[in-house]
Design a protein around this ligand. Structure first.
Ligand SMILES: [Zn+2]
Length: 167
């Protein structure tokens, strides 16, 4: 059984794209880690948090666990919709977060209030509709998603603020 790693070398590692079916298997493994580890307060887990290297995370969205395979954020500039006065600065705020990989610690990071996420929902070989799904998330859900996307890119709450290119 895999455990949640606290090894920064594993955490600061960029995950790569995965075949959809393998992604589903990884998500099942992530759920097992949370279940058997009795991590009651956990709201998300990325593959490199258990020493993996694939672009998969699970997250508790509106109290329900969901799987995200090969996810990426869509340019936050478009989130303001038709309101031309809405700037990217309006979409940012400071959020205090903790992380399963850094027990009993927390840090403040800059997040977007609203995000749009694209992720894979079926195998490439499945010709029945698009293999990609686009969704909007707001508030706490959006923070959870951004936290996990960061993990997949080797970024966590203690190295995020060093990386100003992303702000
Ligand atoms: Zn984390």
């Amino acid at each position: 059984m895999n455990k949640i790693t606290t090894d920064r070398n594993k955490l600061e590692f960029e995950c790569s794209l995965v075949y959809y079916t393998e992604g589903l298997e990884i998500a099942a493994k992530l759920k097992q880690v949370i279940l058997f580890g009795k991590h009651k307060n956990c709201v998300g887990l990325a593959h490199n948090q258990i020493g993996g290297d694939k672009s998969v995370f699970i997250a508790k969205i509106d109290n329900k666990w969901r799987t995200f395979i090969n996810p990426f954020l869509i340019n936050p500039f478009i989130i303001g919709g038709n309101d031309t006065n809405y700037s990217i600065e309006d979409n940012k705020f400071e959020h205090e977060e903790s992380c399963m990989s850094f027990p009993k610690k927390s840090n403040k990071v800059i997040r977007y209030k609203n995000i749009r996420l694209k992720h894979q929902i079926k195998a490439r070989s499945d010709n029945n509709g698009s293999m990609w799904k686009e969704e909007t998330f707001t508030g706490f859900n959006a923070c959870v998603i951004q936290h996990e996307i960061d993990h997949l890119n080797g970024i966590h709450i203690f190295n995020k603020n060093e990386d100003n290119n992303n702000e």
